[in-house]
Each structure stands twice: as C-alpha cells, then as structure tokens.
Design a binder for this molecule. Structure first.
Ligand code: MV4
Length: 448
C-alpha cells in the first residue's frame, strides 16, 4: 500500500480523499493555489505545497508544479479527484513516467473514452447498447442526410471531442440539418480544435441513468448499481438519486451485468461510470467517465461501501475487496449539490460565509470543505458542498432531506438551498416522475 498520497485537487473532494487515506493509514500531501492557503484541505493534510497563483492553469492544472510537489514530498501516488487533471491521459502518463502511481485508469482508456466516437465504437464491440447513429465521423452534409434518412429525424450532431453536451446541435427535420451540421462543426473546431462530429438519433424524453463500476488489475470487475442523474441544468447535475426511482430490480441486474461484462472485456482499471440514456425501457450508451464522480456518495450510501478506499486499493495493485454477489442495495439516497450561486439565475455568488452550521443527525452526510468565516474564492466552480441523505425508502429519504435542508445554516452568500426546498415539494418530483428536460421547465415555472 502507498505510504503517502498527493491529492491534486481542492474543496470537498480533496477532503473526501484525505479522509479515505487517513483511515487507511496513508499520509497526505495537499496542494493549493495562493487563493486557497487557508482552505480546509490544506489545514487537514499532513503536508502542503503551494503550486502557484489562483488561476487553475497556474496551480491545480500546473503539471510541472504538481510533479515537483510529489517528488519533494516523496509521495508515491497522486489522486486527481474529479475535474482538473482527472481525465487528462497525458498527465496520467507523466505521473507514471516519474515512478509515481496515478490513482485512476490506464492512460489508453482515458484516451479511448475522451474521444466520443472511439468510446462508442469500443463500447459497442464490448456488448454495450448504443444510441442508433453514424458508425463513425460524418464529414459532409450529404453524408449527414444519408445517416439521418437511415435512422429518421430528429437527429443530434455531436462533437467527438465534446462530452457533457458541448458542441451538440439538434436537427428536427431535413431543412434544419445543413445548419445544425455546419454549426456543430465550427463550434467544435473553436472549442476543441477538432471539427470531427458524429450523428445520433435524438431521444426525446429520456432519463440519464449511470452505472458505477470498479475494476482491479487482476481482471475482476463489479458494478454498484445505478444513479439517476436526470435532474440537470445546462449540463450541470443538480440533484442525483440512487437507486433510480423507475428501474425494477430485474432491469437493474440486467444492465448492471451487461455493463460489468463489457468493462471486464475492455481490461479497464479503476473506478468508472457508464452513462446511459433510458427511454421506453431501453438503455442507450452515451459516454463513459473515467474518474471518481461528484455523486459517488449516494452509491456509497445504498451499497454501504467506501468507493474511494477501493479506488486507492485498486491503484496499489490489490484485488477487489468485494464480489458481485456481496453487493446488495438498501434504502434510498439523494444528493443535493449546494452551490454558492443565485438559485434562479445560477449567477455565482462568491464571498465570505458569515454563519455556518452543517446539517447532521441520522442518515445525513454533508461533504464540504467550508467553515465559519470561509471566503469562497471566485476562481473555481461554485459547488461548496454536497448534502447526501440516506433512508430506508424514498419517501422517508425525502422527509429526511426536508429536515436536513431546514437545519442548514449558510449565510453571507447566495446558495442553491432554497431551490431544493421548493423542488422536493413538487408532486412530480415526489412521484419520481421526471426526465432530462424536467428541471429546466420546472425552473422556468418558478420565475413566473
Ligand atoms: C443525447 C440526448 C438525446 N439523444 N443524445 C447531453 C450531454 C451529453 N452527455 C449527452 N447529452 C444528450 N445526448 C441523444 N442521442 C440528450 C442529451 C441531453 C442530456 C443528457 C443527459 C442529461 C441531461 C441532458 C440535457 C439535455 C440533453
């Protein structure tokens, strides 16, 4: 096992990784920008290294400074967290070239999944169900029309270098296709320096359901069921639940096993999430995330299993500590992303937290790095905490969430707490009756 892990991240996820390390007897090194000198992740770590000025490119994305920090402190592994360098294959390679373990997948798999066309092709060959569409890139409008005719309108044009919805264009009929195609290409070129696009049949009102997997270096793979992440706004998840309110145990086991078997075939290593759109009882692969995800705690709650500890064990070459037949699901868990922003306009609201009290009590987990008097810097994303609630069933979980939100004190900045207080009273939310477009409509209905 590692003796010392450098945590190449900040905020709540740096704390989450630190906590797993300490429970495993591993020393931690925090890294930080000059804006984060008094941040909680720096205070709790055994050692800390300042990387540079506030801008992420000069600090948390500064590869040379990170490698130097690991070498100076004698860290034998680097955990990238999520965001920043977590899905940067070149970073994973550079870390390995310095005889430091990258706590994450092989660089080759990060590359394959980073390119959405090769991801789809690879997953299809491994037995994962795909969204119908072009088998590879589409280069001309003539080709685009041919593909659209084959699969039927509406179609979605997607950037191969994209992901997370960037560079996506919808064509409802043939008259919209040329424009959508050309716009997708030029936006993709501008955003990613690559104008490769592909085409899919547009699924009108799906849910976003993702499967958590873990794979060790001995060929063992398990799945931990699904998370329903349909409640999003502008490609940002807002609230996630495990398990999905709409899947039967039979469907869960089926898609879980199909996913698990495919990941085994790929020879993947580490934690991963396979994202699907789910419509009319069918699953359609869209993307794979090759990192620990923000919403991992709801899976931890319903499986009673520490995913971060497992991720570190796997990176150290150990075998999975659990077999598929020992992974059982209990109760229900919901995560609310608490952001420092206006909940109606989603305008960031950096500033000083003047009064803070975290919710607690039975079934309540608050993953956050904020404290009384903490100044939220304007340089990074606005998520300042995750409220994770667990209970024996979904109605009890919602009641507990209502109680936890009511005891949360977070003043001095605007937060998304009022959004969740209203959202959980909505009858359709309470019925679990929503899809990927539902939240945007609901938000519009709130402003009038
Ligand atoms: C789609 C889709 C409908 N049909 N693909 C958006 C983000 C990116 N990860 C994939 N996305 C979508 N791909 C087909 N063929 C609808 C979306 C989509 C979406 C997906 C998940 C969660 C929220 C979403 C909001 C708008 C569109």
């Amino acid at each position: 096992m590692f003796e010392k892990v450098l945590i190449a991240n900040r905020g709540e996820i740096a704390l989450r990784i630190h906590r797993a390390c300490k429970e495993m007897g591993i020393a931690t090194v925090a890294v930080h920008s000059t804006a984060d000198s008094s941040a909680m992740h720096v205070r709790l770590a055994d050692e800390s290294v300042c990387l540079g000025p506030p801008a992420a490119k000069d600090s948390y994305l500064n590869v040379a400074a990170l490698i130097a920090a690991a070498e100076i402190t004698g860290a034998d592994a680097i955990h990238p967290g999520y965001g920043f360098l977590s899905e940067n294959a070149r970073f994973a390679e550079i870390v390995a070239a310095h005889d430091i373990t990258f706590i994450g997948p092989k660089a080759a798999h990060i590359d394959v999944m980073g390119d959405k066309i090769t991801a789809k092709e690879t997953m299809g060959k491994a037995g994962i169900p795909l969204v119908p569409g072009s088998p590879g890139g589409v280069d001309t409008t003539e080709q685009a029309h041919k593909v659209a005719k084959e699969f039927g309108f509406p179609v979605l044009i997607k950037a191969s270098s994209g992901g997370g919805g960037r560079g996506m264009k919808l064509a409802r009929d043939a008259s919209e296709l040329d424009n959508a195609f050309n716009n997708a290409r030029s936006e993709s070129k501008a955003a990613f320096g690559d104008d490769t696009v592909y085409i899919e049949k547009y699924l009108e009102i799906p849910r976003h359901i993702e499967i958590q997997i873990a794979a060790d270096s001995h060929g063992n793979v398990v799945h931990f069921g699904e998370r329903d992440c349909s409640l999003q706004r502008r490609n940002q998840k807002v609230l996630e639940e495990a398990l999905s309110p709409v899947l039967t145990q039979k469907e869960r086991e089926k898609i879980g096993e199909v996913t698990r078997a495919a990941i085994e075939k790929l020879g993947y290593l580490g934690l991963g999430t396979i994202e699907y759109l789910y419509e009319n009882g069918e699953f359609y692969f869209i993307e794979m995330n090759t990192r620990l995800q923000v919403e991992h705690p709801i899976t931890e709650q319903v499986t009673d299993f520490d995913l971060v500890r497992e991720q570190i064990r796997i990176a150290a070459g150990e075998k999975l500590s659990i077999k598929q037949e020992d992974i059982a699901f209990r109760g229900h868990s919901i995560e609310c992303r608490i952001n420092a922003e206006d909940w109606q306009t989603f305008t960031p609201s950096p500033g000083t937290i003047t009064d803070f009290h975290a919710p607690g009590g039975p079934g309540v987990r608050f993953d956050s790095a904020v404290y009384d008097g903490y100044r939220i810097p304007p340089y990074y994303d606005s998520m300042i905490g995750k409220l994770i609630v667990f209970a024996e069933d979904r109605p009890t979980c919602i009641a507990r969430l209502r109680r936890a939100l009511s005891e949360t004190v977070l003043t001095g900045v605007k937060t998304t707490v009022p959004l969740f207080q209203r959202l959980i009273e909505d009858p359709e939310f309470q019925a679990g009756d929503y899809n990927i477009h539902w939240l945007e409509h609901w938000l519009e209905s709130q402003s009038s």
